[in-house]
Design a protein around this ligand. Structure first.
Ligand SMILES: Cc1ncc(COP(=O)(O)O)c(C=O)c1O
Length: 439
């Protein structure tokens, strides 16, 4: 990189931020130096529209080998017969699957955003999947678990062509067998979006969707710990139902939705898949879950309430309603000032608003990659409890009109809060002991 370009300076600053802070965003991870190396290699200079041996450009002999290898590794890792590694990211991959299985106006079902679903799972009105298809959203029980009674009733009533089992802010195990029963009752395709839990599935820490679903989508940059991208898999079951399903998905990616694949990302996926095959990755997945459980328990011991009372996977949601009204934004911002970054999040049956929600979402993939264990989780929970104590007096105004100015003033005050800045020093001292990537 040209060192005098200020972009280089900004990257240095971002590197320092990541080193000095504790990352608790459950959808992020630190990539290995091997993945990082291939992301900045000559593969960026190559156009390869099409698929191996069927390209629209010459000079793809080696790119073909890389893409075939990436597909073979993912097939082996998940024990699936078909893989496409070209989606630019999770959202286009989900669009491609819907584009393959549905016609405009067909019915699809996904978990509502408010229950921990993703925008691309049919969120109404504003998204591609909510606008072009008839979307029916299912929700959660009062115990914050997927409500299979409601899901079955809605499926029987609306006869969806596609049911999506997948989540972005759901702390519990996804029971793919129960989804299958309902999909079979109404003759729907069943798709799993395992973006968040791929690493746990590979490590055997979450049941695999492979025996139960037809199609699987996963981003590659979350618990899988690869480059930003996505992969689509078709299971044996999916191919039995439609032997041409793989080809149809290929065609939905290109020419349907995308142009040339990001070849450096494809190489990064191949490297990440090889890393995921190692025994160390299994240990990583186990520690992610152990850390999440330790963090959840310690937060509860500090008197904080968790949605659904805990976690089975890598993430949890703090429900801040016992501390006050609409505190998610304030706590997430104050945590950042104190050196720990997470994100504000709606809680199930949210009583405030999606923009100023009552929860904060936390996860352990980043800290586990850095080598932190249960002891550090206890310390982090303690710091978070101090942050909540410090800002709980800043409840969101009930009058909507006053909210944005209130948040602006809150931010200015909290940026110079001495207690939080003192916690930040302690956080930084601990964080620096754990390199971003250990090996
Ligand atoms: C379950 C799920 N699906 C899809 C996506 C979309 O992925 P991307 O941000 O790569 O488009 C996400 C990202 O947060 C996700 O959590």
């Amino acid at each position: 990189m040209i060192k005098k370009d200020k972009i280089y300076e900004f990257i240095q600053q971002e590197t320092q931020r990541q080193i000095e802070m504790i990352g608790l965003i459950p959808s992020e991870n630190h990539i290995s130096s091997a993945v990082s190396e291939v992301l900045s290699c000559v593969l960026n200079s190559k156009y390869s529209e099409g698929y191996p041996s069927r390209r629209y450009y010459e000079g793809n002999q080696f790119v073909d080998k890389i893409e075939n290898e990436a597909r073979d590794r993912v097939k082996k890792l998940f024990e699936v017969p078909y893989v496409n590694v070209q989606p630019y990211s999770g959202s286009p991959a989900n669009s491609a699957i819907q584009f393959t299985l549905l016609e405009p106006g067909d019915t699809l079902m996904g978990l509502a955003l408010s229950g921990g679903g993703h925008l691309t799972h049919g969120h109404p009105k504003v998204t591609f999947s909510g606008k072009y298809y008839h979307s029916v959203q299912y929700g959660l029980t009062p115990q914050a678990r997927i409500d299979f009674v409601q899901l079955r009733e809605l499926a029987k009533k609306h006869q969806p062509k596609l049911i999506i089992a997948g989540t972005t802010a759901y702390p519990f195990t996804l029971e793919f067998d129960k989804f299958r029963e309902i999909a079979d009752e109404v003759g729907a395709w069943l798709m799993a979006d395992i973006s968040h839990i791929t690493g746990l599935v590979v490590a055997g820490e979450h049941p695999s969707p492979v025996p139960h679903v037809d199609v699987i989508m996963s981003t590659t940059h979350k618990t899988f710990r690869g480059p930003r991208g996505a992969m689509i898999m078709v299971t044996k079951r999916g191919l039995e139902r439609d032997p041409r399903l793989g080809e149809k998905i290929d065609a939905a990616i290109i020419p349907g939705l995308q142009g040339g694949p990001h070849n450096a990302t494809t190489a990064g996926i191949a490297i990440a898949a090889a890393e995921a095959m190692k025994p160390e990755f299994k240990q990583y997945g186990q520690q992610v879950v152990k850390n999440a459980q330790a963090l959840a328990r310690a937060l509860q011991d500090e008197g904080l309430k968790l949605v659904g009372d805990g976690t089975d996977n890598h993430l949890m949601l703090i429900d801040l309603t016992p501390q006050g009204f609409g505190l998610g934004t304030q706590v997430a911002f104050a945590m950042d000032v104190a050196g720990m970054y997470a994100n504000r999040n709606s809680i199930p049956h949210e009583s405030c608003s999606p923009f100023y929600p009552s929860g904060v979402r936390l996860g352990t993939p980043l800290v586990t990659t850095r080598g932190m264990k249960e002891k550090e989780m206890k310390q982090i929970a303690y710091w978070i409890s101090l942050v909540v104590e410090e800002v709980k007096k800043y409840e969101l105004p009930k009058e909507r009109i006053k909210r944005s100015i209130f948040i602006k003033e809150f931010r200015n005050k909290i940026l110079v809060n001495e207690k939080l800045l003192k916690i930040r020093q302690e956080v930084t001292t601990m964080a620096k002991k754990f390199p971003l990537f250990k090996w």
